[in-house]
Design a protein around this ligand. Structure first.
Ligand SMILES: Nc1ncnc2c1ncn2[C@@H]1O[C@H](COP(=O)(O)OP(=O)(O)OP(=O)(O)O)[C@@H](O)[C@H]1O
Ligand SMILES: [Mg+2]
Length: 158
């Protein structure tokens, strides 16, 4: 599958959220966003933006104890965090296949630990940088009509 990668730099949590929001607006039923990046890189921050772009009004935080949070936006939104996941079986038992094959949008923190389960057409988002450093956000997507270019320049509109 042809994939294209967009890379951009953000200098605040607000900017990271804004990039997420833009991607969120472009998402549709069945889409999966797989996030990677170290502890504190900004995965949850990005997902707050994704949720906003999907018109979610509930507060978004990592589903630390429940493994999956569900929000209601213009589509159902599933927010998974695989950080403490013991095994792929545990995630499958959670109903993973139903999430990713349904009409909602699934967003997964620490998706690299679930790589064998992630659909081939998922959008992969990697965030590099920690603490007060700028973040480099790489968005790799299959050749699909996402984000027709304008996500490349998030600060032009600020
Ligand atoms: N440019 C930036 N983008 C995102 N977050 C930033 C940025 N600059 C600083 N931060 C800070 O980095 C932290 C990111 O935390 P966040 O919970 O989103 O990370 P995470 O990748 O989800 O971590 P975890 O692996 O623990 O789930 C926040 O405290 C945020 O304020
Ligand atoms: Mg997080």
């Amino acid at each position: 599958m042809v994939a294209s990668t967009t890379e951009l730099v953000t200098r605040s949590p607000e900017e990271t959220e804004a990039v997420g929001e833009r991607l969120g607006r472009a998402l549709g039923p069945g889409d999966v966003v797989a996030l990677t990046g170290d502890l504190g890189a900004g995965k949850t921050c990005f997902i707050r933006g994704l949720a906003r772009g999907l018109d979610v009004r509930q507060p978004v935080s990592s589903p630390t104890f429940v493994l999956v949070n569900q929000y209601a936006g213009r589509l159902p939104v599933y927010h998974l965090d695989a950080y403490r996941t013991g095994s792929l079986t545990e995630v499958l038992d959670l109903g993973f296949d139903e999430y990713v094959s349904g009409d909602g949008v699934t967003m997964i923190e620490w998706a690299d630990t679930l790589r064998p389960l992630i659909p081939a057409d998922a959008v992969w988002v990697h965030i590099a940088g920690l603490g007060d450093e700028p973040r480099t956000i790489s968005i790799a997507r299959p050749d699909a009509p996402y984000l027709t270019g304008d996500v490349d320049s998030p600060r032009e509109r600020g």
